[in-house]
Design a protein around this ligand. Sequence first.
Ligand SMILES: [Zn+2]
Length: 140
Amino acid sequence: MQIVRRPLAPGETNHELLWLGVSSGGLALAASWFALKLPWPICLFHALTGHSCLTCGATRSAVAFFHAHFFAAFQWNPLAFVFYCALSIFNLYALAVIITRTPRVRITQLTASERKFIRSSIIALFAFNWVYLLMTNPSL
Ligand SMILES: [Zn+2]
């Protein structure tokens, strides 16, 4: 694995602009949803089984996160909290490189074993998070 800084190549997808736009659009959509006082989304898995799904508590975690209640955000859904932290850091980075037109950070030359380790780690994180949600059932 190699982490490099390089200018955006001609024709290369501008991931910083794309994902900053997607997350900003999602935030605007969510803010509009709550401003219009539309009903909170319900979890069909929870409604059918009475148990938390992988993403139960993610909405409440986001609301707590944006109100700077970070411990509550973590308690609602730890993996969602980590995702919101990582997304915030990425968005700051993306905004900075877009405005300053500086080189982009890219991860290159991942070996097969590194890809397998990353995939396994992500699956383990989802599994641990789901066990936490099932044990604590914060959505009740
Ligand atoms: Zn759910």
